[in-house]
Write a protein that binds this ligand. Structure first.
Ligand SMILES: Nc1nc2c(ncn2[C@@H]2O[C@H](COP(=O)(O)OP(=O)(O)O)[C@@H](O)[C@H]2O)c(=O)[nH]1
Ligand SMILES: [Mg+2]
Length: 611
């Protein structure tokens, strides 16, 4: 690639590579769309966008290191010109992207980001980014620097020989190596301030640390930008070599041939993309794990509610049994009473409907109504309390589970938005359930329950009266909250009709008794049926109401689980796509290796005259 060659890679690439890049763009597009849809943090979305936007850029060299590590001086020496401010004050410092341009020009991208076009040959095939320092006190500096990492092709990690490998450097290195698997050149600067034997110790130390923490044996150069600059300006070859710069520039501009740079250029966005996919898949795994817990909560609530519904339905049986007993008892009393009372010796009573009715009421009906009313009230009370308890237990369980959810800060940056949305669902459902419990109006609930019971009985018995032949049994629904009265005394009408002027034969007495008994038992069966039906419905409706209140949570878990799983598969596919592309690029580069391995472009051949 001779100097003056076109400025972007695509123009220089053959069709295969162009097609590969286009495919890479598509994959990145898909990935980006998915990240947006799945509520990923802006940062990772932006990284993906930026990878796509910069696919065709030149080889990008990013110089990182702490404040005052000697980055700016290093670049100035590299370009043999005072391009970057040395010893700049970190707060006012900016990130500079140095590109080739025929005339010097400056473009401000944002407060801390400046693009500078410079007419240096060295910049024809490489763009260089100067950063203020990974430990800069301006937060935005760190963010912008980090944002360059995914799209850079080679990281020049600089650290001064007088304080190599600090904690913050280690953290930053970990970001570059572990998160982004970037190729690193390790540059120890200010060689001139240490003795040779000290330098050797420092080299050893750095290599050991890199091996220990990152299992890496990086290429390491020890340089003095200060001396190299002097050498370049004075044409002192020996000093240039002694400064360590010759070795470094030889590597950058000769050893790292155009073919290698192209390989790095093509592979590094793929590696970054795969790294993004890995982060995303890990985040999806985390989400799915959370959703598995949510599903467990959901299943527990469901089965708890199903169980409670059956409990409500089944336990009600014992109250129905009690009502049965009250009625049976009355029926037995009635039969005995008829046996005892409907006798020839009792004609006086039999002939007076009023007296007969009064005695029947006193001796048979007695407090039958009140007893049924009591049982019914007891039953409704039990039902409501149990119902409220189910509400409370379920809500409490849910609130407990919600409290176990990871909170902001514990969740990785990339997934914070998703977690926030989930918290919102939890909060909403919990608040709603608590409200419902708070507003649970016991009296009102009981009143409505009983009124529904009354309506049910009315509907079943066709109004308040049931007529049966001559004898009449009456069910009176006294009040909505009260209960049925069986005015068995209506039987009197039948009796007086039968007995009028006749001797009461035992056969007829048996007939009346049977009629009475049948009537009461029929009444009992009807009542039981209505109550059974009502309770089934009440229990279903009541529990359904609780289920409904957790509905948004159920929906959320169901909807999200499916979507997350699907997205994870999609990202896995995208990841495979990237790897396949890398493989193909490798093949292409190998096939056309000869063409690509042309002699490197002429570079500042030091010692060179000042620019
Ligand atoms: N002795 C010596 N000092 C250097 C060298 N390179 C940079 N410095 C000094 O280190 C300080 C920070 O340099 P600078 O390039 O601004 O570092 P940056 O903050 O990493 O960009 C300045 O005072 C430089 O003069 C070097 O090779 N030798
Ligand atoms: Mg600087």
């Amino acid at each position: 690639m001779a100097g003056g060659s076109p400025n972007t890679l695509t123009q220089r690439l053959d069709e295969k590579i162009a097609a590969g890049l286009s495919e890479e763009r598509h994959l990145l597009n898909d990935l980006r769309d998915l990240l947006i849809k799945q509520d990923f943090a802006e940062q990772i979305v932006d990284q993906t966008t930026s990878l796509k936007d910069h696919l065709e850029e030149l080889f990008l060299l990013v110089i990182v290191g702490e404040v005052k590590a000697g980055k700016s001086s290093f670049i100035n020496t590299l370009l043999n010109a005072d391009v970057c401010k040395v010893g700049a004050i970190p707060t006012t410092d900016k990130i500079h992207i140095l590109k080739h341009g025929d005339i010097e020009r400056e473009k401000i991208h944002e407060e801390f980001l400046v693009e500078r076009q410079l007419p240096f040959e060295a910049l024809r095939n490489i763009n260089i980014v100067d950063t203020p320092g990974t430990n800069s006190i301006v937060k935005r500096h760190g963010e912008i620097t980090e944002s360059f990492i995914p799209r850079c092709d080679l990281v020049l990690f600089t650290t001064s020989v007088d304080r190599p490998f600090s904690e913050t450097e280690k953290e930053f290195l970990s970001l570059i190596v572990s998160n982004w698997s970037k190729k690193i050149l390790f540059i120890l600067t200010k060689k001139d301030i240490k003795e040779p034997h000290e330098l050797e110790e420092i080299r050893k130390f750095v290599m050991e640390q890199m091996k220990k923490f990152f299992d890496l044996e990086p290429l390491l150069f020890i340089v003095s930008a200060k001396e190299a600059r002097k050498a370049k300006q004075s044409g002192d070859n020996a000093l240039y070599e002694a400064s360590g710069f010759k070795a470094l520039e030889d590597y950058l501009f000769k050893t790292l041939s155009e073919g290698d740079k192209l390989r790095l250029k093509l592979e590094s966005p793929i590696d970054s993309s795969v790294a993004i996919c890995d982060q995303v898949i890990a985040e999806f795994d985390r989400r799915l794990e959370g959703l598995r817990d949510d599903r467990k909560v959901l299943e527990n609530i469901r089965s708890q509610l199903d169980q409670s519904e059956s409990d409500l339905k089944e336990n009600y049986g014992r109250f129905i049994l009690e009502i049965d007993n009250v009625i049976y008892e009355m029926e037995r009393r009635g039969r005995n009473w008829i046996d005892d009372t409907v006798k020839i010796t009792n004609l006086g009573i039999l002939r007076s409907a009023e007296r007969f009715r009064a005695r029947f009421k006193d001796e048979v009906v007695k407090d039958y109504e009140v007893k049924i009313d009591d049982v019914l009230n007891k039953a409704v009370d039990w039902f409501m309390k149990k119902y409220l308890k189910v509400w409370q237990d379920t809500t409490e369980y849910f609130a407990d589970q919600a409290a176990k959810r990871p909170h902001e800060g514990m969740v990785g940056k990339v997934g914070a938005k998703f977690e926030y949305n989930r918290e919102r669902i939890y909060d909403m459902v919990r608040a709603n359930a608590k409200d419902q419990i708070k507003n649970f109006d016991y009296d009102d609930q009981v009143r409505h329950f009983l009124s529904r019971a009354g309506m049910g009985i009315n509907a079943a018995f066709g109004g308040t009266l049931i007529g049966v032949g001559g004898a009449v049994a009456v069910i009176a629904l006294t009040t909505a909250a009260g209960f049925t009265v069986v005015d068995i005394t209506g039987i009197v009408a039948g009796l007086t009709a039968i007995t009028g002027g006749l001797l009461v034969l035992p056969m007829q007495r048996r007939k009346i008794r049977q009629q009475f008994s049948d009537k009461v038992l029929e009444l009992k069966a009807g009542l039981t049926k209505v109550l059974q039906e009502q309770i089934q419905k009440e229990a279903r409706d009541a529990i359904e109401k609780i289920r409904e209140s957790f509905g948004p949570f159920f929906d959320y878990v169901k909807r999200t689980s499916g979507a997350v799983e699907e997205s994870r598969n999609k990202v896995r596919q995208i990841r495979e796509g990237f790897l396949e592309l890398k493989r193909r690029f490798g093949q292409t580069l190998e096939e056309e290796g000869k063409a690509l391995a042309e002699p490197p472009a002429p570079q500042p051949q030091p010692p060179a005259p000042p620019a």
